[in-house]
Design a protein around this ligand. Structure first.
Ligand code: MTE
Ligand code: MO
Length: 469
């Protein structure tokens, strides 16, 4: 719309609370939606878009994609988004973090540099496919800026001469699409930390997401690179990122050859997420997607793939992302004694309501929603929720459209259950636990799975809520 003032994303970001005006963007438009906030049929959720783009929310809540709604939004237009802000990066060349991409303001930031953030849990449970802009971000280092025309993927198979592939060459392999959840080993760490402090980012329940990835199968690419099925020196596949520390050491990790070369393992060299080219935060231009395996092995910004006799020697493979006994402390820990985490155990979380929320009781019931997920291609077969410390368990309805059967089931399940409330009941403690297709279930408490890094934090999720009648 010509003639309207230009605003930057920063300007918009400053108008994000009830104390002030509420601005949002949609495509090139800037809107002051303050008068509309109280009328929003979806209630307070609109505040999650405050100060940023409404687009990821409209993707999630499809009811918005109607001409009447667009016209109504247009009636609140106050300006246009400045052109520089359609460009993704800000420029401060001194700072290694000076070329970071823009992020959605609804993400709860755990650490700014490197960038680590998770979405509000109530959004997760609303969409089986997590929109890219709301997908948690876990970066150990600055996000590299990659020119895809210059970029090449190096592939080195043990005993053979390395080869290089351009993006065009990678796109010539059959395009394969997989829907999988990806979860950080530290998801739900903050709950374990309440028992006794652990070292690590204080993740809530949302360091997990579920997305559709497309790319070449690692299997096809490694075959083309000359790997033979019976090559005994091929034991691990190492992935190396283009993000580097100040000593120029890149992020790297590896997976066992059995996973990499399982024709049904669905390991991808992915260039698309939810149907669009990868975003910079999620690994543009290429990332490893290893369904059923912990986030840390899903290496972003891929620069090289090595098929080798050894695991990756990286810090993240050798000296981190491992589990230990509750009695192991930082004086006694020996990282050579535990295997690197690959498949994650079964977990679940209540996303709605949230801790301490005041919930309105309708027809003597409340609705509880969440997600559940398991590693290694296991499927969620049941989620149990109790409002009374385990005297009564209610079985949740599962949303689980994936056709792949265990042990090749990769996506999470969303779940929902109605919990009856006693007349006059003022509060409730809810517990949730999931069961996977191997009948693995979650431990009752964090006490006996506590570990110094706060990984594998999968005990029952417990929240307290208040009830309004
Ligand atoms: N790859 C590179 N190159 N650098 C990283 O810091 N973080 C890993 C993994 N891949 C990381 C990486 C970790 S620990 C996780 S949990 C996932 O990426 C997070 O993926 P996401 O940011 O796309 O959610
Ligand atoms: Mo992670």
């Amino acid at each position: 719309v010509p003639g309207l003032p230009l605003y930057s994303l920063r300007d918009v970001g400053q108008h994000c609370s009830h104390k002030d005006e509420i601005w949002v963007t949609y495509k090139q438009g800037v809107y002051n939606i303050t008068p509309f906030i109280d009328e929003h049929p979806g209630g307070d959720k609109i505040m999650m878009a405050a100060g940023g783009s409404v687009e990821p929310f409209w993707l999630m809540y499809g009811v918005h994609n109607q001409p009447e709604i667009l016209a109504m939004l247009e009636s609140y237009r106050i300006g246009n988004l400045s052109m520089e802000d359609s460009m993704e990066s800000t420029r401060d060349l001194e700072d290694p973090y000076g070329l970071e991409p823009k992020r959605h303001p609804s993400l709860k930031i755990n650490s700014q540099k490197p960038f680590n953030a998770e979405p509000p849990p109530s959004l997760l449970a609303d969409s089986y496919i997590t929109p890219v802009e709301l997908f948690y971000v876990r970066n150990h280092l600055p996000v590299p800026l990659v020119d895809v025309n210059e970029w090449r993927l190096t592939i080195e198979v043990v005993g053979l001469k390395p080869i290089e592939l351009s993006m065009d060459q990678i796109k010539k392999f059959p395009k394969h699409t997989v829907t999988t959840s990806i979860q950080c080993a530290g998801n739900r760490r903050s709950e374990m930390s309440k028992i006794k402090k652990v070292k690590g980012l204080d993740w809530g329940t949302a360091a997990i997401g579920n997305a559709t990835f497309s790319g070449a199968r690692l299997y096809d690419v490694l075959k083309a690179a000359g790997l033979k099925d019976d090559e005994i020196k091929a034991q691990h596949v190492q992935f190396e990122g283009l993000d580097t520390d100040p000593a120029n050491v890149p992020y790297a990790a590896s997976i066992p050859i059995e996973k990499a070369m399982d024709p049904k393992g669905d390991v991808l060299l992915a260039y698309e997420m939810n149907g669009a080219p990868l975003s910079r935060d999620h690994g543009y231009p290429l990332r490893a997607v290893v369904p059923g395996v912990v986030g840390a092995r899903n290496v972003k910004w891929l620069g090289a793939v090595y098929v080798s006799e050894e695991e990756s020697s990286s810090h993240w493979q050798q000296n981190d992302y491992k589990g230990f006994s509750p009695s192991t402390d930082w004086d006694t820990v020996d990282f050579t004694k535990s295997p690197a985490i690959q498949q994650l155990p079964v977990t679940s979380a209540i996303c709605e309501p949230s801790e301490n929320e005041v919930v309105l009781v309708k027809n003597g019931k409340i609705t509880v929603k969440g997600y559940a997920s398991s590693g290694g291609g296991n499927k969620i077969v049941r989620v149990d929720v109790t409002p009374d410390g385990g005297q009564t368990w209610y079985v949740a309805d599962l949303i689980n459209p994936e056709k792949n059967k265990p042990p090749h089931h990769w996506a999470w399940s969303l779940w929902q259950v109605e919990i009856p409330v006693r007349k006059g009941q003022k509060q409730m403690e809810l517990w949730a636990k999931a069961v996977d297709s191997s009948y693995n279930t979650q431990p009752e408490s964090f006490k006996n799975i506590w570990n110094l890094r706060g990984v594998l934090s999968n005990a029952y999720h417990r929240i307290n809520i208040k009830l309004k009648h």
